[in-house]
Design a protein around this ligand. Structure first.
Ligand SMILES: Nc1ncnc2c1ncn2[C@@H]1O[C@H](COP(=O)(O)OP(=O)(O)OP(=O)(O)O)[C@@H](O)[C@H]1O
Ligand SMILES: Nc1nc2c(ncn2[C@@H]2O[C@H](COP(=O)(O)O)[C@@H](O)[C@H]2O)c(=O)[nH]1
Length: 187
């Protein structure tokens, strides 16, 4: 494929707990030049999460303003919180000809495909439903109520796999990270 025809924006999506952040962290450990968009969210930080690193943690009013000012490339409500991709940084990277990676849920992935037809949507699937439940529960970051909401959303996300350009099964973090790096033409 000619370089100019390569999709430069890659969306990594998949059910909560499947391992998206873990895979991206591994990719960036091996290839620190991989750029990941930092989303805005109304979710409260988990222990250890820092403003501007994992997310821009904002209030509901601030999120409303981001929407009203057209500052989000896409946004969605997920399991009781809102999440969105700041448009400016993504556009800047794309205009500089640099690859862009988004780690977002299904509704946002659909919006990106709609507005940027040459984006590549990658679905990260769990080896099994039982393993997904084990990972989400084992992470220990959400209450049982939130886990239940996320697992409800996971059923919808798993049913939408065919909308994606590529599916990778997260059995091995290292293998999936390598496959993604290849898809993004980093290696
Ligand atoms: N291949 C794997 N094998 C075993 N455990 C894994 C694997 N990948 C990730 N995990 C574990 O699964 C848990 C969830 O991973 P992670 O937080 O990366 O998921 P996520 O898809 O980013 O979730 P969310 O969408 O809720 O942010 C973590 O405890 C992580 O260590
Ligand atoms: N549509 C969007 N989804 C996003 C964005 N940033 C993250 N996410 C997704 O939200 C869920 C929950 O994330 P968590 O950090 O609370 O576990 C997960 O699927 C993320 O991929 C975004 O900007 N837009």
């Amino acid at each position: 494929m000619a370089a100019e025809a390569r999709p430069r924006l890659t969306v990594l999506s998949g059910p909560s707990g499947v391992g998206k952040s873990t895979v991206v962290a591994h990719m960036r450990k091996v290839h620190p030049e991989v750029w990941l968009s930092v989303s805005a969210t109304t979710r409260k930080p988990r222990p250890g999460e820092k403003h501007g690193v994992q997310y821009f943690f904002v209030s509901d009013d601030e999120f409303d303003k981001l929407i009203a000012n057209g500052e989000l490339l896409e946004w969605a409500e997920f399991a009781g919180n809102r999440y969105g991709t700041p448009r400016g940084a993504v556009v800047e990277r794309l205009e500089a000809g640099e690859p862009v990676l988004l780690e977002i849920e299904l509704q946002g992935a659909r919006q990106v495909k709609e507005s940027m037809a040459d984006s590549r949507l990658v679905f990260l699937a769990p080896p099994s439903w039982e393993e997904l439940v084990r990972r989400l529960t084992g992470r220990g970051t959400e209450s049982p109520e939130v886990i239940a909401r996320r697992l409800d959303a996971a059923k919808v996300e798993l049913a939408a796999e065919s909308e994606f350009d590529t599916t990778l099964v997260n059995t091995s973090v290292e293998d999936v990270a390598r496959e993604l790096l290849t898809l993004m033409h980093v290696v």
